[in-house]
Design a protein around this ligand. Sequence first.
Ligand code: ADP
Ligand code: MG
Length: 254
Amino acid sequence: MVRFMNVNKSYGKLNVIEQLNFDVAEGEMVSIIGPSGSGKTTVLRTLMTLETINDGVIYVEGKPLTHMAKGGALVPADERYLRRMRTSIGMCFQSFNLFPHMTALQNCMEGPVQVLGLSKKEARERSEELLHMVGMIDKRDQHPSRLSGGQQQRVAIARALAMRPKVMLFDEVTSALDPEVIGEVTNVIRKLVTEHNLTMLMVTHQMGFARDISDRVCFFFGGKIEEQGTPSELFGNPQRERTKQFLSAVKEAI
Ligand SMILES: Nc1ncnc2c1ncn2[C@@H]1O[C@H](COP(=O)(O)OP(=O)(O)O)[C@@H](O)[C@H]1O
Ligand SMILES: [Mg+2]
C-alpha cells in the first residue's frame, strides 16, 4: 500500500531521513516509535505531501506519490497531481485543528463536499455514520470550543475518515490529552484496527498501546529504521543496543 524507496529528506545540511526503505502492506497497522527528533513526524509529513523529499520515490498503491509519469520518465509531481493523490491519505495530529467556526458535523462534511464533490446529503450521511462510530453523534451540532480535547480528537478522526483515505496516519494523537480521556481516543483507533481493514501508520509514545494493537513496530533512530519487528519481537526481545536503551529509558519514565 505504501512504499518508501531510498527516500532522503534534509533541511539545509541536516539529513532528517536517510535512505529510507519502508513498506506498509494493505490493512497493516504499523507503529513508529523512537526518540524525539528521529524523523518520525517527517516520515508522516512526506507521506501526506506536506514536505517535499530530496531523493527517492514514495509509492501509494503502486502509484508514485511524489512523482508522475511523463514521457516514459518519472518527474516531480505537479500541484494538481499531488492534490489528487493526497486524498488517499488521511492524517491526525497531536493538535486537532478543527475548523473553529464549524460544528462537529460541518467539520466532517467540509472535505467531502469541497474536495470530493459529494452532495450535502451524501456528505451528511457519511459524516453522521462516522461521528456515530467515534461516539460523537450526540455532539454533532457543537462547535469545537464546547468539546473536550478527547472529544475534539475523536471528531478530527471522523473528519479524516470522511475522506475515505486508503491510509490513515496518526501522529501522537494522545499527547496533548488529559490522561483520563486518552482511552476514549485509543479505543477509537483500536476499533479501526479490529473492525475496519484500514492501513495505518501511528507515531506514538504509548508503548503499551503500540504493543497491543500493532502488526509491526518500527524503532526510528536518526532518520532510519534502526530495528523493526512484531510487537513481541521488538518489545520482548530487542536486538539492537539503541532499541534496548530507548525502551529502558521510556520504561523508567512511566
Ligand atoms: N521545518 C523544519 N525545518 C528544519 N528542521 C526541521 C523541520 N522540521 C523538522 N526538523 C528537524 O528534523 C528532525 C526530525 O524532526 P521530526 O520528524 O519532527 O522528529 P520526531 O517526530 O521524531 O520528533 C529534527 O531534528 C527537527 O528539528
Ligand atoms: Mg514528531
